[in-house]
Design a protein around this ligand. Structure first.
Ligand SMILES: NC(=O)c1ccc[n+]([C@@H]2O[C@H](COP(=O)([O-])OP(=O)(O)OC[C@H]3O[C@@H](n4cnc5c(N)ncnc54)[C@H](O)[C@@H]3O)[C@@H](O)[C@H]2O)c1
Length: 398
């Protein structure tokens, strides 16, 4: 296929940077030809802003169009699984944003029921893994591709680390990884029912995806088989409910999660005995904070996706640099800041979309595909069980 026609599902934050990335694809004619989202006004405005000709009321209407090869799911987690199945049944390839899915409640539960406070994590884990099996069967039956938009896999720093490991950093023995910031902009993120979890799932899926990918790649390069996660120990917390913090007059942290954790940390043990310490938090001032440190038997690698010091700026006040973008989720533009020269490139957003379009055009596997997507969910839900029950949990792999 030398032309790929994309149907964008969602018209918010992720849909905007995906659409920009489609516009930069090289070598293949990739076009976002249609958009659908929950609210008419947002999809119409999105279509106008990005020069998209068709808008659809819902995914069902979009999938009926013969002019679409691929749908890109930039919608909240609670509809990911359902929409993948719908797309598969219509024979369309799928890009799905992270996380692949999450526990989003039983039939009859309302959108804002606080299920994060009431449902046992072991039940959530079984439910989610059953759902993964069902979605995988539908995808296989339909013969379509699911591409998992984990941008950490495509971040240039992480790909450099992979090449360095393959060239001679020996065995990855330990990794330390984190993605943290001051909380999601999206209103759905307040509720477990819509987001499938809190900080650990929503944000932690990035560093979990990153370390799982590196061990997969190490195993594939050396022995022809991925090294997968084996067991987890974890803790979660709601730091913003701390009494001392609640009593403070001046608040810079504004997150207001209804029934989700705002901090999580997992110790992952892999099949080969190596370990990874992964943290995510919504309680971090000073901008987004994404890194992975790799301790190999023959070398050590540190990847600082964000912040990085390619361009460090000082502004005496908020307005010093006008409207020019500095970096994601800064607490203030005054003082010293790390201004990202090209944040989307450094985050791997352009590279993931290039890979996905090539996969469809040339009928090949993406770097970030089903196994990674599914294992991330399995690790994080095993971590939820571990945190609730205070014990080590074996990660269910099938
Ligand atoms: N890779 C990244 O760095 C990154 C960053 C942000 C978000 N995300 C992911 O992108 C996805 C969307 O997050 P966002 O930040 O863009 O959220 P958002 O709130 O900015 O946008 C969500 C969009 O989905 C639409 N929507 C909501 N429910 C819908 C439904 N049932 N059917 C159709 N449309 C629906 C909304 O109308 C809105 O247009 C999530 O999976 C999130 O985890 C990834």
């Amino acid at each position: 296929m030398d032309q790929i026609r994309i149907g964008m599902v969602g018209a918010g934050f992720a849909a905007a940077f995906h659409t920009e990335a489609f516009g930069r694809v090289c070598g293949i004619d990739a076009r976002v030809v249609a958009v659908t989202s929950q609210r008419e006004q947002s999809r119409t405005q999105f279509a106008q802003r990005h020069g998209i000709l068709a808008t659809y009321e819902d995914l069902t209407e979009m999938l009926a169009s013969e002019d679409i090869d691929l749908v890109d799911l930039c919608v909240p987690t609670y509809v990911h699984a359902e929409y993948i199945v719908q797309a598969a049944q219509a024979g369309k390839h799928v890009i799905v944003e992270k996380p692949l899915t999450g526990y989003t409640g039983e039939l009859g539960q309302g959108e804002t029921d606080l299920i994060g406070d009431t449902v046992a994590r072991s039940h959530m884990m079984d439910w989610v893994l059953d759902q993964c099996r069902y979605v995988q069967a539908e995808v296989q039956h339909a013969g379509i591709r699911v591409m998992y938009a984990e941008n950490w896999v495509y971040a240039p720093a992480l790909q450099k680390a992979r090449r360095l490991i393959e060239a001679g950093a020996g065995t990855i023995m330990r990794m330390v990884a984190e993605e943290s910031h001051s909380g999601s902009h999206a209103s759905y993120a307040r509720y477990w029912r819509l987001a499938g979890g809190g900080s650990l799932l929503r944000t932690g899926s990035h560093p979990v995806g990153g370390v799982l990918y590196l061990k997969q790649a190490e195993g594939l390069a050396r022995d022809g088989a991925p090294i997968r996660p084996h067991a987890v120990m974890a803790e979660t917390a709601r730091l913003m409910e701390m009494e001392r913090f609640q009593a403070e007059d001046e608040r810079y942290l504004t997150g207001d999660l209804a029934d989700c954790e705002d901090f999580g940390s997992i110790l992952i043990t892999f099949e080969d005995g190596s370990v990874a310490q992964v943290t995510s938090s919504d309680v971090v001032l000073g901008g987004i904070y994404n890194y992975v440190q790799i301790f190999g038997s023959q070398g050590r690698i540190e990847c600082n996706m964000n912040p990085n010091n390619q361009c460090v700026v000082y502004g005496p006040d908020e307005g010093a640099f006008g409207d020019e973008y500095l970096a994601e989720k800064l607490s203030t533009r005054a003082g010293w800041n790390f201004a990202s020269p090209d944040e989307h490139w450094a985050s791997g957003y352009y590279q993931e979309i290039q890979d996905f379009v090539e996969c469809v055009a040339h009928d090949r596997e993406p770097l970030s595909g089903w196994t990674l997507a599914r294992d991330v969910v399995a690790v994080i839900y095993a971590a939820y069980v571990s945190a609730e029950e205070g014990r080590r949990v074996v990660v269910p792999l099938e």
